[in-house]
Design a protein around this ligand. Structure first.
Ligand code: NDP
Length: 818
C-alpha cells in the first residue's frame, strides 16, 4: 500500500508493541515458583501448570501448582508477619505502599506487556487503564495507611486475609485486594486465576525489590480445587475477599458459614445500559463500545443489556452496526486493536454456546462482515435484537463481546426492565436531561451508576454489588471497612449461649430476686390503687403478631409461654410460623415507600417513638424486671438507654450522608448510602428492650423496612412496643414483629428470596445456619458468631457500624463539561 492509498482509505497499519521484554522475563524464570515469606519456593507437590497465550493458543509459561501444604506455609508466614505489620505505624506502611506504587510505574510497560500476553487483552487497555489504575490504588491506599489512626480510630486490622481473584483484570484485581488490606495493617495470601498468574508474580518481585517485610504478601499460583478451596477453609485465615462468578461466590459463602471469617464477594452482573431518546447518539455509540467490547466483554460490570427508548431504537442500532464494522480485532499487542483474544478455549466455547441459545430462542443475531483471526481464541462483537426480557441471553451473564438489546417506552418501564435481573452491579444512563438521569439513578438496583459514561473506575469510589452481584465494596473509604474490625471485638471462642426459656425454669433460680416492692405486678394480679384492691381479674393481654401495622393472630393458632427466671409463666405470645414470616415480608415490601420519604420525617418518627416510650418508662422497666429478674434500677437504666438510642438514630437519620468523590475526571462521583431493602432480624436474648431497639432503630432510620424476631426468652418488651409504634406515626409495614422460635423463624427469613439482608444475634451454631441459608440469593448477613456485645455500651451497641450494616453505597458518576 502506498502513501496515497493509505491516505485515501485511512486504514491503520499494524503498530505492535514489542513482546520481547515480556517473553525474556518469562524465559528467564519459567517454571515460575510460589512466593512465600519473600522467598521463591518450589510447590510441595512438585507440579507445574501451563499458562497459555490466548492470542496464539501456545504455551507461554509454566507456573507452580500449589497444594494445601503450600497454603499452610503461606498462612503461617502471613500470621507471623501480622504480629509486626499490624503494629507498624501507619506512616511506615504508607512508605512501603508508596514504594510499591512507584515501582509499578517503573515497571509499567513490562507489566502491560505481560498482562496482554497472558490474558489476551489489548495493550492499549493494559497500558492506559489497567496498570495506571494499579499504581493509583497503591498511592491512594498509602494515604489511608497514613491516616488510619486518625480517620478510623475505633478499628483494628482483621488479620490474615485470603484473596482470590479472577482472570479478567489480573493485576488490577490484585491491587484492589492487596492495597486496602495492607493499608489497614493486614497480611495476605493471594491466589491469582490459573490462566493469568504472570503479573501477580512480577508484583511479587516488586514486593521483594522494595523490601516489604517477609510474609506480608504471599502469592500462591495453582488451581481452584487445590489452592482456592484450601484458602477458603483454612482456620488461620480471618477474612476471604473474592472476585469471580456468582456460583463460586455462593459456594464460598457456604464454606465459610459459621467460621467467623469476614467475607466480601464481588460477583457477576448483567448490567443495563439505558438510552433515552434525548441522548447524544454518537456519544452513546462510543459508550456502547466501552461498555461491552472493552476487555472483550469479559467485565463483571459490562453494559451487556442495551435498553433503548423505542422511538430511537432503529437509528441507534443502525449506527451501532456501522461502528461495529470498524472495530478492529486481532493481536493484543497491536496498539491499533480494539478487541483482543478471549482468555481460554473454555470461555470461548461458553460464549458460543450462549450465542447459539440466543438464536434458538428467537433473537436476531448480527455480527460484522469481517472475519476473526483463526489462530488463538477470538470471538467477534455480536449484537442481538428482538430479544425478549425473559430469555437466557437477557438474563445470563455471557462474559463475552455480546450485546443484547431491548426497547422501552417510558422511564418507569426502563427502570423495571433494568431491574429485571438477579444481579445489581452497575448501570449506565444516557440522557441530555440531567433531571431525568438523576431521577432514574437512585431507582436502579446497582452499586454503581454511570451517567453519560460507562466503565469508569477509580480508587476513590467504592465498587461492589447489590443483590446476587455480591456484597462489600472495594475502593473509597467504604472499602476500608472490609479490612478492619472494631477494636473492642475479640476473636476468642464464642460465649456460652444465653439461657432460653425452657431451660430457665430449672437453671435460673439463682438470678437476683425482685424486691418486694419491685415485685408489685403491673398487670394480671392484684394491683394496689390507693389502698383499694380491685375485685376484677386482670384483663387478659396476649400479644399477637405485628404485621402491616396491624396486630394479627398467629397463623398457627398456637401460643407459647413466656417464663420468668424462676420458671413461672408470666405471659404468652403468638407462635409464629412460615406463613406469618411470609406475610410480614410482604408487608415490609409494601412499605417500600419508607426509603423514598425524607430523612427529616424518619428522624421525627424516631423521636416520637422515643417520646412515647418515655411516657411508659416505668411499665417497660418493670416488664424487664419481670422477664429477666434483674434489679429495677438496672432495668430502668436499660429503658433509658433504649430511649437515648432512639434519639441517637433520630439524630443520625438526616446526618449519615455519603460523599462526593473527586476521581481524576471532569466530574464527580456521588457516593450515596442507600437502604438495603427488607432486613430480617433476630434480636439478642439479653436486654429484651435495648437489644430490640438497637437493631430496629438504625435499620428504619436508614429507610429499610424490617421483619423482627424479638428475644425468644423475653419477647414481651418488644410486644409491648406495638402500641408505642402504633401511636408514633410509623407507617404500616415498616416494622413487622413475629414472635416465636428464633431459629425456626430466622431460617425462614434467611431462605426467603425477597429478604435482602439478615441480622442475627444469637449462638454460633445459629449464625452458621443463617450464613448457609442466605447463600440462596446471596443476601447480606450480619451475625454475632455467638460473641457477646455490650449493648449498654454506646461504643459497641450503636453508631456507624450499625448504619453501615443498614446501608449499601451506590456511586453515581456524573461527568461534566461539553
Ligand atoms: P471463577 O469464579 O471460577 O474463578 C474466579 C477465581 O476463583 C479464580 O481464581 C478461580 O481459580 C477461583 N476459584 C474457582 N472455584 C473456586 C472454589 N471453589 N474455591 C475457591 N476459589 C475458587 O470464574 P471462572 O474463571 O470459571 O469464570 C466463569 C464465569 O465467572 C465467567 O464466565 C463469568 O461469568 C464469571 N466471572 C466473573 C468475574 C467478575 O469479575 N465478576 C470474573 C471472572 C469470571 P482458578 O482460576 O484456578 O479456577
Amino acid at each position: 500500500m502506498n502513501v496515497k492509498e493509505i491516505f485515501e482509505t485511512m486504514e491503520y497499519g499494524p503498530a505492535p508493541e514489542a513482546a520481547a521484554p515480556g517473553l525474556a522475563w518469562i524465559q528467564e524464570r519459567t517454571p515460575l515458583n510460589l512466593f512465600i515469606n519473600n522467598q521463591w519456593v518450589k510447590p510441595a507437590g512438585g507440579q507445574y501448570i501451563d499458562s497459555i497465550n490466548p492470542a496464539t493458543g501456545k504455551r507461554l509459561a509454566q507456573v507452580a501448582a500449589a497444594t494445601s501444604a503450600d497454603v499452610d506455609a503461606a498462612v503461617a508466614a502471613a500470621r507471623a508477619a501480622f504480629e509486626t505489620w499490624s503494629k507498624a505505624p501507619g506512616h511506615v506502611r504508607a512508605r512501603y505502599m508508596y514504594a510499591i506504587a512507584r515501582h509499578i510505574q517503573k515497571h509499567s510497560r513490562l507489566l502491560a506487556v505481560l498482562e496482554s500476553l497472558d490474558n489476551g487483552k489489548p495493550i492499549r487497555e493494559t497500558r492506559d487503564i489497567d496498570i495506571p489504575l494499579v499504581a493509583r490504588h497503591f498511592y491512594y491506599h498509602a494515604g489511608w495507611a497514613q491516616l488510619m489512626e486518625s480517620e478510623l480510630p475505633g478499628y483494628q486490622p482483621v488479620g490474615v486475609v485470603g484473596q482470590i481473584i479472577p482472570w479478567n483484570f489480573p493485576l488490577l484485581m490484585l491491587a484492589w485486594k492487596i492495597a486496602p488490606a495492607l493499608a489497614m495493617g493486614n497480611t495476605v495470601v493471594l491466589k491469582p486465576a490459573r490462566y493469568t498468574s504472570l503479573t501477580a508474580l512480577k508484583f511479587a518481585e516488586i514486593v521483594q525489590e522494595i523490601g516489604l517485610p517477609p510474609g506480608v504478601v504471599n502469592i500462591l499460583t495453582g488451581e481452584a480445587s487445590q489452592v482456592g478451596e484450601a484458602l477458603v477453609r483454612h482456620p488461620g485465615i480471618n477474612k476471604i475477599a473474592f472476585t469471580g462468578s456468582t456460583d463460586v461466590g455462593r459456594s464460598i459463602r457456604r464454606a465459610t458459614a459459621g467460621s467467623g471469617k469476614k467475607l466480601s464477594l464481588e460477583l457477576g452482573g448483567k448490567s443495563p445500559f439505558i438510552v433515552f431518546d434525548d441522548a447524544d447518539l454518537d456519544s452513546v455509540v462510543e459508550g456502547v463500545v466501552d461498555a461491552i467490547w472493552f476487555n472483550q466483554g469479559q467485565v463483571c460490570c459490562a453494559g451487556s443489556r442495551l435498553l433503548v427508548q423505542e422511538n430511537i431504537a432503529d437509528r441507534l442500532i443502525e449506527k451501532l452496526r456501522e461502528r461495529m464494522e470498524h472495530l478492529r480485532i486481532g493481536d493484543p499487542l497491536d496498539k491499533a486493536v480494539d478487541i483482543g483474544a478471549i482468555v481460554s478455549p473454555g470461555q470461548l466455547k461458553e460464549i458460543q454456546r450462549l450465542v447459539n441459545t440466543g438464536v434458538e430462542e428467537g433473537a436476531v443475531m448480527w455480527q460484522p462482515s469481517w472475519a476473526c483471526p483463526t489462530e488463538g481464541y477470538f470471538f467477534p462483537p455480536t449484537l442481538f435484537t428482538n430479544v425478549s426480557p425473559a430469555t437466557t441471553i437477557a438474563q445470563v451473564e455471557i462474559f463475552g463481546p455480546v450485546l443484547v438489546s431491548m426497547t422501552f417506552r417510558t422511564p418507569a418501564e426502563a427502570v423495571e426492565l433494568a431491574n429485571n435481573t438477579r444481579y445489581g452491579l452497575a448501570a449506565s444512563v444516557w440522557s441530555e436531561n440531567i433531571n431525568l438521569a438523576l431521577d432514574v439513578a437512585p431507582k436502579l438496583k446497582a452499586g454503581t451508576v454511570w451517567i453519560n459514561c460507562t466503565n469508569l473506575f477509580d480508587a476513590t469510589s467504592g465498587f461492589g454489588g447489590y443483590r446476587e452481584s455480591g456484597f462489600g465494596r472495594e475502593g473509597g473509604k467504604e472499602g476500608l471497612y472490609e479490612y478492619v474490625r472494631p477494636k473492642w471485638e475479640t476473636l476468642e471462642a464464642p460465649a456460652k449461649e444465653f439461657h432460653i426459656a425452657e431451660e430457665s425454669a430449672s437453671t435460673n433460680g439463682s438470678r437476683p430476686a425482685v424486691s418486694a416492692d419491685e415485685d408489685r405486678e403491673f398487670e394480671g394480679g392484684e394491683q394496689l390503687l390507693d389502698g383499694y384492691t380491685p375485685m376484677f381479674p386482670a384483663i387478659d393481654r396476649t400479644p399477637k403478631m405485628f404485621i402491616g401495622g396491624k396486630q394479627t393472630r398467629p397463623d398457627s393458632g398456637y401460643s407459647r409461654d413466656v417464663y420468668d427466671p424462676q420458671g413461672q409463666v408470666i405471659g404468652q405470645v403468638g407462635e409464629g410460623n412460615r406463613k406469618d414470616i411470609r406475610n410480614a415480608v410482604e408487608a415490609a415490601h409494601a412499605a417500600g415507600g419508607w426509603a423514598a420519604g425524607t430523612t427529616h420525617n424518619r428522624a421525627q418518627i424516631l423521636y416520637y417513638i422515643a417520646e412515647n416510650l418515655s411516657v411508659r418508662e416505668d411499665e417497660f422497666a418493670r416488664r424487664i424486671v419481670q422477664q429477666t429478674g434483674r434489679s429495677y434500677a438496672d432495668a430502668a437504666a436499660e429503658v433509658q438507654a433504649a430511649i437515648s438510642r432512639l434519639f441517637s438514630y433520630a439524630a443520625w437519620a438526616d446526618k449519615y450522608e455519603g460523599a462526593v468523590h473527586r476521581p481524576p475526571l471532569r466530574g464527580v462521583a456521588l457516593a450515596m448510602p442507600e437502604a438495603i431493602g427488607v432486613i430480617g432480624m433476630a434480636c439478642p436474648e439479653e436486654h429484651p428492650l435495648l437489644g430490640f431497639v438497637s437493631l430496629v432503630a438504625p435499620a428504619i432510620a436508614m429507610g429499610n423496612t424490617i421483619v423482627v424476631i424479638p428475644s425468644q426468652v423475653a419477647p414481651l418488651s418488644a410486644t409491648d412496643c406495638y402500641q408505642v409504634l402504633e401511636t408514633s406515626d410509623l407507617p404500616a409495614g415498616v416494622v413487622n414483629i413475629v414472635t416465636g422460635d428464633r431459629d425456626l423463624l430466622s431460617q425462614v427469613l434467611a431462605e426467603h428470596d425477597d429478604v435482602d439482608a439478615i441480622w442475627y444475634f444469637g449462638p454460633a451454631e445459629g449464625c452458621k445456619r443463617i450464613e448457609l441459608a442466605s447463600a440462596g440469593n446471596m443476601k447480606r448477613t450480619w451475625v454475632s458468631y455467638g460473641h457477646p456485645r455490650g449493648w449498654m455500651d454506646t461504643a459497641q451497641g450503636e453508631g456507624e457500624e450499625f448504619l453501615r450494616e443498614a446501608t449499601q453505597v451506590k456511586n453515581i458518576w456524573v461527568p461534566y463539561g461539553e
